[in-house]
Design a protein around this ligand. Structure first.
Ligand code: ZN
Length: 85
């Protein structure tokens, strides 16, 4: 399924919803981050999340939308926050 999509490090979490003109995939990043990019500490917790719509290349003349479920993480050590996607 993810072979269809041009973003390499995401996975689809539901079958695509399709109508006459559009295909909509719900996706999220593969795996949470293991370490803080700032300090390298490995104790992170989920901070918040939100959905972001990304338009991808059309498939079979249909518009392709990716609804990306982004999660925000916070480092327990240095307090910096970052997205997993
Ligand atoms: Zn940190």
């Amino acid at each position: 399924m993810s072979d269809l999509l041009s973003l390499p490090d995401i996975k689809t979490i539901e079958p695509p919803q399709e109508n006459e003109t559009d295909m909509m995939f719900k996706v999220e990043a593969v795996g949470p981050p293991e370490r803080c990019p700032e300090c390298g500490f490995d104790k992170l917790y989920k901070h918040s999340s939100r959905n972001q719509l990304i338009m991808d290349l059309p498939i079979r003349l249909k518009r392709v939308g990716l609804q990306l479920n982004r999660r925000r993480y916070k480092c327990r050590e240095c307090g910096s926050t970052f997205w997993n996607a």
